[in-house]
Design a protein around this ligand. Structure first.
Ligand code: PAF
Length: 286
């Protein structure tokens, strides 16, 4: 695996479209890699890609009070994981070359303001801006994103489609710890006590999925607040619990039938750690 740090190396090493022996497959990350990232790279390799992973803690997507300055960094372990997973190149951008000055252009979308975006103003526009730069600079054939960051995945799919980036976005299932906790670089912030408790979040989503057979709109509209109350009883501080339309990512509305297929999306704090998770709920109406 080759380690690249400059844009010149990117231009020299990544073959241009038209002369690629295999599809160039991008796996963008912020480092502190875990088995979830590994599964993105392995999947891209299995699908015949020549993988370029990027490792860059993107300042544009952090709010002023967020964890940019303490975001975990595990460079040597990241290199070993990417190599083992079969990546061809890893790009550690030099921040002063990738972001030479302030960026005033921002890419955004109405869905970027909802759910996580309502609690992290500017976050998704920072993600979309940096991902657009990677798409321009690397010009990948495919890009892989995890389904744990479901809203991010939706927005990046729309970015590629609406702005005609010639890249195919491939979603990859969330990788979970044996007890169900979705893998995340931020799980290392959990205290040992909170770590034991954290899988409750996913268990509540599973329960909600199994009980999701609302008979009426009122019944369904009531569900998020019932789940939030349950979360609070169990020591979480929920930011939101939302039923989302799988196609538009807008909140389910009264135009949707009561048992319409949906994605249940949540973010909640446990101690000092913000956890996000989601689950697909198949339609129950006939
Ligand atoms: O999902 C992430 O780790 C980041 O949001 C991404 C896509 C690498 C952009 O910085």
């Amino acid at each position: 695996m080759e380690i690249l740090t400059t844009l010149r190396q990117i231009r020299e090493k990544i073959p241009p479209k038209g002369s690629r022996p295999r599809p160039v497959s991008l796996v963008p990350t912020m480092g502190a890699l875990h088995a979830g990232h590994q599964s993105l790279v392995e999947r891209a390799v299995r699908e015949d890609g020549q993988v370029i992973a990027t490792v860059f803690v993107n300042p544009l997507q952090f709010g002023p009070k967020e964890d940019f300055n303490r975001y975990p960094s595990t460079r040597e372990e990241d290199i070993a994981l990417l190599e083992k997973a079969g990546a061809e190149w890893v790009y550690f951008p030099d921040p002063s070359e990738l972001l030479p000055g302030p960026i005033h252009f921002r890419i955004t979308h109405p869905v970027a303001e909802l759910y996580c975006g309502a609690f992290r103003p500017g976050h998704f526009s920072g993600v979309l801006t940096i991902v657009s730069k990677f798409f321009h600079l690397i010009n990948p054939d495919r890009a892989y994103f995890g389904m744990k960051d479901r809203q991010q995945l939706f927005l990046i799919s729309r970015l590629a489609r609406e702005l005609s980036f010639p890249v195919e976005i491939r979603p990859v299932e969330t990788v979970r710890e044996p007890d169900g906790l979705a893998m995340s670089s931020r799980n290392r912030y959990l205290s040992p006590e909170d770590r034991k408790h954290a899988p409750e979040l996913y268990r509540m989503l599973l329960q909600a999925r199994d009980r999701y057979a609302p008979r009426s709109h009122a019944d369904r509209l009531d569900l998020p607040s019932r789940i939030e109350a349950q979360m609070k009883e169990r020591g979480f501080r929920p930011e939101y619990v939302s039923f989302v339309h799988p196609e538009t990512f807008l909140p389910l509305s009264s135009d949707d039938p009561p048992g319409a297929a949906t994605i249940l999306l949540t973010a909640a704090w446990l101690g000092q750690t913000r956890l996000i998770d989601n689950i697909d709920i198949p339609g129950t109406h006939v």
